[in-house]
Design a binder for this molecule. Structure first.
Ligand SMILES: C[S@@+](CC[C@H](N)C(=O)[O-])C[C@H]1O[C@@H](n2cnc3c(N)ncnc32)[C@H](O)[C@@H]1O
Length: 254
């Protein structure tokens, strides 16, 4: 039976790998890497660095899988993602069947933690359900951008017994307006447009972090009304410098 490890690798610092992940890395014969084009080349590079640094005396190969494009003609976001997942499932299935022998071990290196806004597990479930290639798989957790954000700002994500709501830039305005618990802590990910510009900033604190864990890391914390312009400028210049940006932030009312 083929075995697959889904390994959380943290968000940019090779030292954020767990000992369990290192042990798994040393069993993997073939790593499957989604090639997300030039902009994300740095992210593919980090995965390669991790393999070089932690794998000892074990031959492995890296299989790059091209990332399918989401259909821009499909008006529904959910359908677009659904179609994209199906295309990915077909590519994963093909790669597992053709590039991993019976009894061999495969590995998917997942950015941060596989449980948080990552489609690898959903896609592997699809591949398993299609039934044409048999494999078993195990998930090894990693340090997520959210954990790192809290650590770098030296804060707990929740206030005493308070709730934590994790959402995306796309849903922030709606969630912020609808959350009945005004003491809730709202973590925002996947936010290309800095959606916190759309909410009433009065009394709201922000803890923002970009490129968390990497050498390019940037942190800003303070009143949202006072920090917004600075964060906008930092995002613009960092995106121009690196070609991409990933940021995460926590909002909480005073
Ligand atoms: C597709 S999700 C992946 C999340 C990942 N699985 C995790 O556990 O952090 C990508 C989002 O995670 C956040 N993110 C990932 N890496 C980051 C980093 N190094 N610094 C700040 N935010 C990051 C950003 O909000 C980004 O839009």
């Amino acid at each position: 039976m083929r075995k697959v490890f889904v390994i959380g690798i943290g968000t940019g610092n090779p030292e954020h790998i767990t000992l369990q992940a290192v042990a798994a890395l040393n069993q993997v014969d073939a790593f499957f890497v989604m090639d997300k084009g030039e902009v994300k080349a740095d992210l593919v590079q980090l995965r390669k660095l991790i393999c070089e640094r932690y794998i000892r005396d074990h031959a492995y190969r890296i299989i790059e899988i091209p990332d399918p494009v989401r259909d821009p003609a499909e008006p529904s976001y959910t359908n677009r993602v659904e179609g994209w997942h199906e295309q990915r499932a077909v590519l994963y299935e093909r790669a597992l069947a053709s590039q991993l022998g019976e009894g061999e071990c495969g590995g998917f290196l997942v950015w941060g933690d596989p449980a948080l806004y990552d489609s690898t597990l959903r896609i592997l479930d699809r591949v398993a359900a299609r039934g044409s290639v048999a494999f078993e798989y195990e998930v090894l957790p990693g340090i997520s951008a959210v954990q790192l954000l809290a650590a770098r700002h030296r804060i707990a994500l929740n206030r005493i017994a308070g709730a934590i709501h994790i959402t995306t830039g796309r849903n922030l305005a709606r969630d912020f307006a609808e959350l009945a618990d005004t003491t809730a802590n709202i973590v925002v990910m996947l936010d290309g447009e800095l959606a916190c510009k759309q909410i009433d900033p009065s009394g709201v604190q922000i803890y923002w972090g970009a490129y968390l864990g990497s050498e390019a890391e940037i942190l800003v914390a303070g009143q949202l009304s006072e920090c917004l312009t600075e964060i906008e400028q930092l995002r613009r210049s960092a995106r121009a410098k690196h070609g991409w940006i990933m940021d995460t932030y926590l909002l909480r009312r005073a």
